[in-house]
Design a protein around this ligand. Sequence first.
Ligand SMILES: [Zn+2]
Length: 272
Amino acid sequence: MLFTVLLLLLVTQPVITDNDEECFEDTFCIITQESDEGVVLTMRPLIVWDITLRVDMELTNLTPSRPLPLVLGLGGRLPQPLVDLRIKEPGKPWSFSFTFEWVTGRLHAQHARSVTYALPYSVGSRYMVGQSFHGNVSHQGKYAIDWNMPTGTPVLAARSGLVVATEDSYRQGGNDPALKTRANYVRIRHDDGTIGNYVHLSPEGVRVHVGERVREGELIGLSGNTGFSTGPHLHFEVYAITENLERKTIPVEFRTRGRSAQILQAGTSYGH
Ligand SMILES: [Zn+2]
């Protein structure tokens, strides 16, 4: 999810000190501290996982301490400085406005090299990969896997991590690109900052909560057919966040029966 917020402050008379805080979507707050030298912007996170933030500004009579737009990876609980805006010509009017967008996820997260993934379904079951990396139905330019599986199949975490987002209120699915944003999902942030995305889950099919830590092999939901989907399947991808706040998917390997690390191929069934 991408958010855009516009704040506009117009100040003609510099104020000696004035602190102001505004919070967004229960995700973070921006603290604005004004002085006779200018303005300092600080971000205070309200969540413990990573946020990637992009800030664009329009400035009058102010010089930013770092180049704009700012693209910052932020995480943890402590307030973090964003930018200082210094008044160029004291006594003259100054103003600033900014827009910002953010996504959950760590900027440029580096996938741990040695990590392999568990198949996200129970030991003893086998499912066929309908589409693999760069599959020509809907995975062009994406390192994603689709396993064909009946609706209601238990989906297990392929890797341990922290649940950072869930959705299971959607009920519809079909071969219609308009349904792209209407799939149910669970997103798990791994310790290296990458995010595992489990998509097309059943209505009310999520079995974990945001903020919960899950271990590999734990039940996280039930598969389904919600969103842009031509039949019951589980879509899985691992991604990092880029400078443009887009998702960059990462090729990952799975542990399968008899193989300790394998790139999965379309048309093949895999079991543990
Ligand atoms: Zn897919």
